[in-house]
Write a protein that binds this ligand. Structure first.
Ligand SMILES: [Zn+2]
Length: 702
C-alpha cells in the first residue's frame, strides 16, 4: 500500500501527518524543531529521523511506501537552504521523485484553500507567500528579524519595547500599556526594566509582548492601536505588492495564519487595510484553522495529479553523420538526469555503435530506458535500396530538406523492399547495442509539407493493385485531384471541401477522399504491423512519433488502430516550429497547398471548422492542442506529448517562457508525460532551466 506524508517543520516543533492516498488521516506524530535556522543542521536531522523511525516502528511504513512526501520546512528560504535540507531528506531514504520541499508557509495556505492565492503569516516572524495558478511560489518579506518580518510578533514587541524604554529614559509620554510591559518582564520598577531587557537573548520573549499589545488594543489603548495599525498597513503593502507580482486575474484568496493573526482585532485591521489597497472587493479571506500538516497532504494530492513523466529526445544526426561525440551527449544529458526524473531517452539515428553503448550505460545508471529513434518510411535510402512514393501523375515525391543528414524522402509502405531495408539497417547497425525499445518515426506518407503531391500519393503499380482490391476508383480520384490542383468546382477556396472535423476524423463533400485516406491508413497499418512484429521479436518496446490528430488523416495515420501496435505515442505538438511536423508549418502547407484564393478567408473558415483560435503571437492555439490531446485520451492512447525545447534559428524560436507556458498548461490534461523534443543537444541552457522550473519537484522560492 502507498501513502501520503506531510511534514510541517516549524521553528519550535515538527508535525508528521500520514494519510492514505485519499487524504484520510492515519495518524500524526510530533517531534522537536526541524528548522536548520532555529536548532542547526544536526538537531533538525535528528528530529526528522525520529519521525521516520516512528512511521517504521508504528506502521511499518518506509520512505519507499510514500508516494508523495511534502516537507514544509521553516528556514527553507534560499537555494542553499533548499539543497541542504533536501540532501538530509534524501539521506533518509526518499528520492527526488517522491519528495516536495517548500517553505512551511505554503502548507498553511493549502490547509485552507486551493491556489492561486496568498497567505499572510504573522507569528514570531512574518512572511507573505503567493501561490500562482501553476502552484509556483513567490515570497515577500520574512528575510529575518533584524531587517524584515514587519507586522510580526517580534516586530510588534520591538515597537512597544522601544517606546517603553524611551519612557524609562523620560523621553516618551506615559501610556497605560507600559504597565503591562513592566509586568510581562516582572520588573519591580521602570528603573529596573531596561536592565532586564538588555539581558534578553530569546526572540520569542520579545514576540510574546505582541499579545500584551493586542490585549491593550482590546481596551482601546491608543499607543497600542497605532502600533498594531502600522503593522497591519505594512503587511497589507506586502500583500498588494504580491498581487501585482502575481498578476492575479481571479478573485484573490487570502489566508491569514500565525499566532499574532489569531487576534480578531489584528485580522480585521489587516483585512480593512488590504481592501483599501486592492480594488477588487471580492477578495476572499480565510483564517487558517486546519492544521498546516493537513495542507501538506492536500498539496501532495495536487502534485500527484500534476506529475508527468519526462522523456528526452536526442538527435545524433542522420544515418551518415558521425559528428556527435559521447562527451557532447554526456555533458548535456547527465545534469538533466541528475536533476529530474527521466523515464526514457530516445536517441538516434547516426550509425555509431560505440556511442550508443556508452550512452546506454549512462542512461541505465539513472534507471531510464533507452529507445532507438529510427525513421521508417523515410531516410532509409541513404543506406539501403528503396522505392519512392509516386504521386498521382506518376512522379517521385520530392523531399523537403530540413538540414544536412536528414532527407525527408518518403517511401511507399506497400513495397516489401522498403520494409526489409529498415529491418536490415537495424540488424546491421543497431541490434548489438541492447536498446530497451525502438521509437518509430516517419510512420506515414509525406504530408502537405512535401507539397500537395506528397499527399496525393502513392500511385506506384503495387499501390494501384491494392486500390483495385479495395474498389477505389482511381480514375475518379485522379480527376478529383486535378480539380484541387486547378482550383475547380469550389476547391479553390475550400480545402479538399472538408465538411466537418470531429474526434480526429473529417467528412468530405466527395466521399472518395475518405475512401482514399482510409486506404492509406490501411496500408500504413498493415506495413507497421509487420515492422512492429519484427521489432517485438527482437525484444524491443515500441513508441511512435505521430502527428496531431487533425493532420493524421491526410498522411495515413489512424491513431485508434496504431495504438494496438505500440506502447506509447508521441504526438508532435510543435506550436512554434516552422518546418515539417511543426503545427503552424503543416497547417499553412495544408491550406496553401489545397486552395488557391484569398488565404485569409480560407484560414478563417477552416479555423472555425477545426475550432482553432488565432492569437497575435504566432503560437499555435494551446486550447486547440489540448482538445487534440483529449481526442487521443478518448482513444485510450498512452500519450507523451512532444514539445520543442531545442532552438533553431528561423525555424524553432523556443524560449523559456514558451516552454513553461506549454508545459504548465498541458500538464492539466491527462497525458502521461512529455517528450522534450526533438533534440536536447540543441536546446539552450535557459530552455533546460525552464524545464527544471516546471519539473524540479519543488516550489521555486523567488
Ligand atoms: Zn506505392
Amino acid at each position: 500500500m502507498k501513502y501520503l506524508l506531510s511534514v510541517d517543520g516549524g521553528g519550535t516543533k515538527t508535525e508528521f501527518y500520514i494519510s492514505d492516498l485519499q487524504g484520510n488521516m492515519i495518524d500524526t506524530f510530533t517531534t522537536g524543531s526541524t528548522s536548520i535556522k532555529s536548532v542547526g543542521g544536526d538537531k533538525s536531522y535528528d528530529h526528522l529521523k525520529a519521525g521516520i523511525k516512528w512511521l517504521k516502528e508504528t506502521y511499518k511504513i518506509t520512505p519507499d511506501d510514500i508516494l508523495m512526501g511534502v516537507f514544509g520546512m521553516s528556514g527553507c528560504d534560499s537555494d542553499n537552504d533548499y539543497q541542504m535540507i533536501l540532501d538530509r531528506i534524501l539521506s533518509l531514504g526518499f528520492t527526488k521523485d517522491n519528495v516536495h520541499l517548500c517553505n512551511d508557509g505554503v502548507l498553511a495556505f493549502y490547509a485552507q484553500t486551493q491556489g492561486p492565492g496568498i497567505v499572510v503569516i504573522a507569528g514570531t516572524g512574518s512572511i507573505v507567500i503567493g501561490i500562482d495558478k501553476q502552484g509556483e511560489v513567490k515570497r515577500s518579506g520574512g528575510w529575518g528579524y533584524h531587517f524584515s518580518d514587519i507586522g510580526s510578533g517580534y516586530w510588534i514587541g520591538c515597537e512597544i519595547l522601544k517606546r517603553t524604554l524611551l519612557y524609562c529614559d523620560n523621553c516618551h509620554p506615559y501610556s497605560p500599556v507600559f504597565e503591562q510591559v513592566r509586568g510581562y518582564f516582572q520588573a519591580e520598577s521602570y528603573t529596573e526594566l531596561p536592565y532586564i531587557v538588555t539581558e534578553i537573548k530569546d526572540m520569542n520573549q520579545i514576540a510574546g509582548l505582541a499579545y500584551e499589545v493586542v490585549k491593550a488594543v482590546e481596551e482601546q489603548e491608543e499607543l497600542s492601536i497605532n502600533i498594531l495599525k502600522d503593522g497591519a498597513r505594512q503587511l497589507a503593502d506586502q500583500v498588494a505588492g504580491m498581487v501585482k507580482q502575481m498578476d492575479l486575474s481571479e478573485i484573490p484568496k487570502i489566508v491569514f495564519s500565525g499566532g499574532v493573526l489569531k487576534s480578531k482585532i489584528y485580522q480585521d485591521m489587516l483585512a480593512s487595510e488590504i481592501r483599501q489597497l486592492i480594488p477588487n472587493q471580492d477578495i476572499q479571506f480565510y483564517i487558517q484553522k486546519n492544521r498546516p500538516s493537513y495542507g501538506g497532504i492536500k498539496l501532495a494530492q495536487r502534485l500527484l495529479e500534476k506529475k508527468k513523466e519526462i522523456v528526452l529526445q536526442v538527435f545524433t544526426g542522420g544515418y551518415l553523420s558521425k559528428e556527435t561525440t559521447y562527451e557532447e551527449v554526456e555533458s548535456k544529458l547527465k545534469p538533466i538526469l541528475e536533476k529530474i526524473k527521466v523515464t526514457k531517452v530516445i536517441i538516434g539515428w547516426s550509425v555509431d555503435e560505440e556511442l550508443y553503448k556508452k550512452i546506454k550505460l549512462l542512461v541505465h545508471k539513472y534507471q531510464a530506458e533507452l529507445y532507438l529513434w529510427m525513421p521508417i518510411f523515410s531516410e532509409t535510402g541513404l543506406m539501403e535500396p528503396v522505392s519512392f512514393l509516386q504521386d498521382f501523375r506518376g512522379e517521385e515525391v520530392k523531399s523537403y530538406q530540413l538540414k544536412a543528414g536528414e532527407n525527408f524522402e518518403f517511401y511507399c509502405p506497400n513495397i516489401k523492399q522498403n520494409r526489409e531495408s529498415v529491418k536490415h539497417i537495424y540488424e546491421k547497425h543497431f541490434s548489438k547495442i541492447g536498446f530497451d525499445g525502438i521509437f518509430l518515426d516517419k510512420i506515414r506518407y509525406s504530408s502537405f509539407s512535401n507539397k500537395i503531391t506528397g499527399v496525393f500519393s502513392c500511385f506506384c503499380p503495387e499501390c494501384m493493385k491494392k486500390y483495385q482490391e479495395k474498389q477505389l476508383d482511381t480514375d475518379e480520384l485522379r480527376m478529383e485531384m486535378d480539380k484541387v490542383i486547378e482550383g475547380l468546382e469550389g476547391y479553390d477556396g475550400h480545402p479538399l471541401k472538408c465538411l466537418t472535423y470531429e474526434d480526429g476524423s473529417y467528412r468530405f463533400d466527395n466521399p472518395i477522399w475518405e475512401k482514399f485516406f482510409n486506404c492509406k491508413a490501411d496500408f500504413i497499418y498493415d506495413s507497421l504491423k509487420e515492422i512492429t512484429g519484427y521489432f517485438r521479436e527482437q525484444g524491443l518496446k515500441i513508441g511512435m512519433d505521430v502527428l496531431s490528430p487533425f493532420l493524421t488523416h491526410f498522411t495515413g495515420q489512424d491513431l485508434s488502430r496504431l495504438k494496438g501496435l505500440t506502447d506509447f505515442m508521441k504526438p508532435m505538438m510543435y506550436r512554434i516550429t516552422y518546418a515539417p511536423a511543426g503545427l503552424p508549418f503543416e497547417y499553412d502547407s495544408f491550406l496553401s497547398g489545397t486552395t488557391s484564393i484569398d488565404t485569409d478567408t480560407v484560414r478563417r473558415e477552416f479555423n472555425q471548422l477545426l475550432g482553432i483560435k488565432t492569437s497575435g503571437d504566432n503560437r499555435f492555439d494551446l486550447d486547440f492542442v489540448k482538445s487534440e490531446l483529449d481526442i487521443m485520451e478518448r482513444m485510450d492512447i498512452p500519450v507523451y506529448c512532444g514539445i520543442e525545447v531545442n532552438r533553431i534559428k528561423d525555424v524553432v524560436p523556443a524560449d523559456p517562457e514558451y516552454i513553461k507556458d506549454t508545459i504548465n498548461s498541458l500538464s492539466q490534461t491527462n497525458i502521461k508525460g512529455f517528450v522534450l523534443s526533438w533534440d536536447i543537444l540543441s536546446a539552450p541552457e535557459e530552455n533546460i532551466e525552464a524545464v527544471y522550473h516546471c519539473f524540479g519537484g519543488r516550489g521555486e522560492m523567488q
